[in-house]
Design a protein around this ligand. Sequence first.
Ligand SMILES: Nc1ncnc2c1ncn2[C@@H]1O[C@H](COP(=O)(O)OP(=O)(O)OP(=O)(O)O)[C@@H](O)[C@H]1O
Ligand SMILES: [Mg+2]
Length: 240
Amino acid sequence: MSLLELEDVDGYYGNSHVLFDLSLSIDTNEVVALLGRNGAGKTSTLRTITGVIPRREGHIRFRGRDISRLSVDKISNMGIKLVPEERRIFPTLTVQENLQVARDSAGGSDPRPIEEMYEIFPILDDLRESRGQNLSGGEQQMLSVARALVQNPDVLLLDEPTEGLAPVIVEDLSETLEEVVERDVTVLITEQNVEFALDLSERAYIIESGENAWDGSIEELRQREDLLEQYLSVGAAESD
Ligand SMILES: Nc1ncnc2c1ncn2[C@@H]1O[C@H](COP(=O)(O)OP(=O)(O)OP(=O)(O)O)[C@@H](O)[C@H]1O
Ligand SMILES: [Mg+2]
């Protein structure tokens, strides 16, 4: 049985139908990439899982239980945590306080020690007393992931963690996330930075216009320049 499974899921914003019969599944401790162009429906897919999208249909199962009608809070308390594109750090709280608030609101799960977060994210260790508003984009992203991770999620949903980050920061984040995924977490990560996502993941789903377009192993995807070009605009033109 998959840990998390979407079967023929449709998603809507009001009258706007954006996800069409979307299916995907993730096993425990897998790291899966959800790839697709701008507007393909990656964020909307994560929002259907967490219940944030205004209307969803189809089956969404977590540990075999249908969660497609549960509230955002219930789903979060079951252990599915989203790190949204916009990072939503508390600006006037320090790094330590941001982590403490997250840990205190962990809900059902058994939270991880804050000290463990400083081990994984040494950058944050040096910034314990810094306020959220004084962190750089990269530091905020690290804090945003740490805040989700301290809640000890069963599934961590990462929405474009590299968005807006300078290349050298992306490298740091990549190394840090490598360490995160080694700690028995299940991750679904969306990215437009394909290389970043491929390095981290074992399997990938490509979506286009809210529909499944392809899925398979990262090994296979790396050989399929046609797919990278067709669905992800990564091609000969861009690599030199
Ligand atoms: N709040 C909203 N209201 C109405 N339509 C929306 C809303 N958010 C997204 N959409 C539409 O849903 C579709 C999928 O968008 P979504 O944000 O899920 O794509 P994405 O793959 O995450 O894109 P990006 O790479 O730019 O983040 C797009 O057509 C978008 O215009
Ligand atoms: Mg998005």
